[in-house]
Design a protein around this ligand. Structure first.
Ligand code: 48F
Length: 254
């Protein structure tokens, strides 16, 4: 049994990795917007993989607000919760309550069940930049990056890259800085997020979900970060709608 267990894992893992070296869409970050995008892209029949640097995908959704593990979602995002099998209950006005652990687990399950592959413990450290477009990801083990080990990365080629890295928007930043290019933002650069303002932030998260450079799309909090809009705290309707919009835009562009 010992030999079979190890052989099975090694064979299966490297087969999975080999099948995902060339993708339609590579998603950076397994927060709610990236997971929802992965679900809709896989459902549309695209070859999509998501790269998450932590052990558990889910980003900022697990912990609710200050580790009180409930989140709020508004009515316009309820059809997404229903499609993904997430339970919710009405609270007041346009606020619906969702158990954040249940919701995060459901998003991960829905994305993988639809056919998206998730590679956890992968850090995206750079992009492939070819013919003035983003053409893939440069990836390494997250612990290699954390330890500062001098180990060269691998490359994943992709027709489109979606950045769903949350508040840092690190991928857009490095694309602009390293290649001296202007992004499709009001200033041509990564502006950085503003303070908290819920209604405005929720609306602009969806509005700012777009292709910011040929081959590079942004979703979720990264979309607001690059375009200089507000943060919103533990309300997640905009994240879900942003992921769905990103998937639709990418499908249209492929
Ligand atoms: O921040 P995050 O949850 O992304 P999101 O979809 O959702 C934002 C909300 O959680 C919340 C909010 C309220 O609505 O504002 O913050 O915008 O998840 C981002 C994920 O990306 C991973 C990171 O570990 C997290 O799980 N990530 C970030 N940089 C990298 C990365 C990287 N370079 N390589 C791989 N994963």
């Amino acid at each position: 049994m010992e030999k079979i267990v190890s052989a099975g894992i090694v064979e299966s893992y490297f087969d999975k990795l080999r099948r995902n070296l060339v993708l339609d869409v590579a998603i950076v970050g397994g927060g709610p917007s990236g997971l929802v995008a992965a679900y809709y892209l896989a459902k549309a029949g695209r070859r999509v993989a998501l790269f998450e640097r932590k052990l558990a995908p889910g980003g900022g959704m697990w912990g609710g607000a200050m580790m009180f593990n409930d989140i709020v979602v508004q009515s316009d995002a309820l059809p997404i919760l229903e499609e993904l099998g997430v339970s919710y209950r009405h609270y007041r006005g346009d606020a619906y309550l969702v158990d954040s652990v249940h919701a995060t687990a459901a998003l991960i399950y829905a994305a993988t069940r639809a056919g998206a592959t998730i590679f956890n413990c992968y850090s995206v450290e750079d992009v492939v930049f070819k013919d003035e477009r983003v053409a893939g990801l440069v990836v390494n083990w997250a612990p290699v990056i954390r330890e500062g080990m001098h180990v060269d990365p691998l490359v994943i080629m992709a027709t489109a890259v979606l950045e769903g890295t949350g508040h840092d928007c690190a991928i857009a930043r490095l694309v602009a800085r390293k290649n001296g290019v202007r992004l499709n933002t009001p200033t041509g650069e990564v502006i950085g997020e503003r303070s908290l303002s819920i209604e405005e932030a929720e609306r602009t998260t969806v509005e700012n979900t777009k292709e910011i450079y040929p081959g590079l799309f942004v979703s979720g909090m990264a979309a607001n970060g690059v375009s200089g809009s507000f943060r919103m705290g533990p309300i997640f309707g905009g994240m879900l709608l942003s992921g769905k919009k990103a998937a639709q835009m990418i499908c249209d562009s492929l």
